[in-house]
Design a binder for this molecule. Sequence first.
Ligand SMILES: *Cc1c(COP(=O)(O)O)cnc(C)c1O
Length: 404
Amino acid sequence: MNQALDAKTGGTPSLPVYLDHHATTPCDPRVVEVMLPCFGEVYGNPASQQHSPGCAARSLVEGAREQVADLLGCGTSEVVFTSGATESDNLAIKGVMESTATRGRHLITAATEHKAVLDVCTRLERRGYEVTYLAVEADGRVCPDRVSQALREETVLVSLMLANNEIGVLHPIAQIAECCRERGVLLHCDAAQALATLDCDVNALGVDLMSVSAHKAYGPKGVGALYVRRRRPHVRLSAQLDGGGHEGGRRSGTVNVPGVVGFGEACAIIAGRREADARQQRFLRDRLLHRLRRGRSDLRVHGSLEHRLPNNLNVSFPGIDAGRLVREVGSVAVSSGAACSAPGTDGSYVLKALPGSAAELGSIRFGLGRGTTEAEVDFAAGEILAAVAAHEPDPKVDACAATC
Ligand SMILES: *Cc1c(COP(=O)(O)O)cnc(C)c1O
């Protein structure tokens, strides 16, 4: 059974307590249930329209497309199924830049974006495109004025995430969208982290392209979607996978039927509980923060607390190596959204991009989820605080070293 999803109300939590929902979420049992027939009865290829097995598969895929489109507030023809947010980011950025290269070769992004955006930008730079990497404010957000100032005649695309995967900070996307629209520049938004807890309506946000991923939203791994606006403006994309012309020629390759069907169900489930989930996770996140702070008043929170995913907390304790601590605390599954002390790694580029953050020793990233309980949060706070105390440099040893 899916222990991480069953909301338990008290008692001893089963271990490890999973607080790494930014890395991935457990698949909802109802999602698994709707996927199962796609490995059996519904085996057809949705592109085979000359017989009933193909038509049956097509009908499931199109049903799922409606579920995804409903959650994003867009039309079904604007949803392109992909293998996940990494592919969606690649398709959005490379696809737009290649199709508009005659108009301009400049794009704007931020230093704290996901690697699936930043590494695409690096590759485009090698191909002769120009990229502006915006700095973020001390709270981790991009200021809309900075976007406006960076826009040039030859800018065709701005790519900024809705919610950061390490520090959970939310960029003011709707405001940035207004600046872009005034200047006729397209806006792509990576909303992978936001889908399960925030309103991702593409028109409310004003985005032209948006990447989402099923496995960050209680769906299966290896499937996602790219929203591509069809009207005002009609976004042109050059395909990155050539072949049979699936997905309206925008993404060739036989559609992952079980994955897509599971993703559709995951979206339908989110539509019915997103706000309640967000409220509950915000309450538990605040409780976690309060407990940690009560134990260690010198705790440092990275990024804005106000403009933040309700399920994210990213903290560090002065002088404590977060990477080492996270590896040692086996009872709580969290990540050091940052500096692993492993040789050769040089820390979190997200933390480093925050002005004034002491990022050298890394930080602890908590990602709460649907199944997270009070008992789990309290337990996690206790375990982390105990580990911090155990890591503390011993003052007596220091005093001795000084006198000897
Ligand atoms: C997880 C994540 C991705 C990558 O998604 P996949 O579906 O695993 O490829 C991209 N961007 C952000 C912000 C993410 O959190």
